[in-house]
Design a protein around this ligand. Structure first.
Ligand code: CP
Length: 317
C-alpha cells in the first residue's frame, strides 16, 4: 500500500495508514476550494473526459451517491454498478476480472465489498486507482476523512478534543478508520460499547503504542459531560452470524433529547448513517446534531479526492 506522501496522483486509496496530516491538509484545501466554487454556483469541468466506475457489492446510499454527484459536479462521467447482482458477478465473474474489465472503460474504480481486504485484492489486479468505499468490517477511509473534515469545520480544531465513540465498535469500519486518523492529532478517545462489540483489542493495542489516550466503558453517561464529539454508530446487523446474537445487543445505546440535556452545549453529535434506532429522531432538531452536515461534507471531500487521484486538482495546501 503506497503512502500518499504529498502526491495523490494515480494512487489507490485503501486505508487511513496511507495518510499524514500534511496529506490531509492538501485534501481539505482542495475540498474547501471545490465547496466555495459550488456554493458560488460555478459550473466545474475539471473532470471532463474522466470516467469513474462505482462498483458496489454491498448496499449504499451516501457513499455511492456522493461519488456519482462528485463526478458529475466536476463534469466527469460515471459507470454506476450499484448492485452487482445485475452485473456479470452474478454469473460467477471474480473480482480481479471485474476490475480488469472496468479499468478498460474508467479512470478510477470506487469499490465497496462485504469482505475485509478485497479492496487490496482489487488494487493488486488493477492498474488504475482503486478507492476503498468500505470493505467488510475493515476500513472506510473516505468516510473517516469526511468525518475528520466535519470535526474540523464544526469544532474549529481537532487537537485536544475528547471524542466518544458509541455503539458497534467491533464491526463498525467507520470507527476503525476514524480512530486511526484521530490518533495523529493528540485527541482523547472514549469507547462505549457492550462487551461483545468492543473495539478490536489489536487496534486498541496498536493505537496505544502510538500514544493515543483511550478509555473503554459500557456507561455512556460516565463520559458524556466531558465529550466534545459524540460519534454514534449503528449495530451492524449484516455482520452477525445469527439474528439472536444481533437482537442481544440491538438498542444497547439510544441517544435521546433527554440524554442530550446532560451533554456539553458545545458537543457535536455525529453518525456515519444510516441510523436504525440509535439516535431518536427528536435529537435531529438539536443544533448539536451534525450528521446531515457530514453527508454534505462527503460530497466536497470525495470530489477533492477524485480530483487529486486523477491529477486534476487546482489547490495545494
Ligand atoms: N456512511 C455510509 O457509508 O453510508 P452508505 O452505506 O449509505 O454509503
Amino acid at each position: 500500500m503506497q503512502a500518499i506522501n504529498g502526491d495523490y496522483t494515480g494512487k489507490d486509496i485503501l486505508a487511513t495508514s496511507q495518510f499524514t496530516t500534511h496529506d490531509i491538509d492538501i485534501l481539505f484545501a482542495e475540498a474547501n476550494r471545490i465547496r466555495t466554487k459550488i456554493e458560488r454556483g460555478e459550473v466545474l469541468t475539471s473532470l471532463q473526459g474522466q470516467i469513474i466506475a462505482n462498483l458496489f457489492y454491498e448496499p449504499s446510499t451516501r457513499t455511492a451517491s456522493s461519488f456519482v454527484a462528485a463526478a458529475q459536479r466536476l463534469g466527469g462521467g460515471i459507470i454506476p454498478i450499484s448492485d452487482v447482482h445485475y452485473s456479470s458477478v452474478s454469473k460467477g465473474e471474480n473480482l480481479p476480472d471485474t476490475v480488469r474489465t472496468l479499468e478498460q472503460y474508467a479512470d478510477v474504480i470506487i469499490l465497496r465489498h462485504s469482505e475485509q481486504g478485497q479492496a487490496g485484492v482489487a488494487a493488486a489486479a488493477a492498474k488504475k486507482p482503486i478507492i476503498n468505499a468500505g470493505d467488510g468490517a475493515g476500513e472506510h477511509p473516505t468516510q473517516a476523512l469526511l468525518d475528520l473534515y466535519t470535526i474540523l469545520r464544526e469544532c474549529g480544531r481537532v487537537h485536544d478534543l475528547t471524542v466518544t465513540m458509541v455503539g458497534d465498535l467491533k464491526y463498525g469500519r467507520t470507527v476503525h478508520s476514524l480512530v486511526r486518523l484521530l490518533a495523529m492529532y493528540g485527541v482523547k478517545i472514549n469507547y462505549v460499547a457492550p462487551d461483545s462489540l468492543r473495539m478490536p483489542p489489536q487496534l486498541v493495542y496498536e493505537l496505544a503504542s502510538r500514544g493515543l489516550q483511550q478509555h473503554e466503558t459500557t456507561d455512556l453517561e460516565s463520559v458524556l459531560a466531558d465529550t466534545d464529539v459524540l460519534y454514534v454508530t449503528r449495530v451492524q446487523k449484516e455482520r452477525f452470524k445469527s439474528e439472536k446474537e444481533y437482537l442481544a445487543v440491538k438498542g444497547s445505546y439510544i441517544l435521546t433529547p433527554e440524554i442530550m440535556t446532560r451533554a456539553s452545549r458545545s458537543m457535536i453529535v455525529m453518525h456515519p448513517l444510516p441510523r436504525v434506532d440509535e439516535i431518536d429522531p427528536g435529537v435531529d432538531s438539536d443544533p448539536r446534531a451534525v450528521y446531515f452536515w457530514q453527508v454534505e461534507n462527503g460530497l466536497y471531500l470525495r470530489a477533492a479526492l477524485l480530483s487529486l487521484v486523477l491529477g486534476k486538482a487546482g489547490a495545494r495546501a
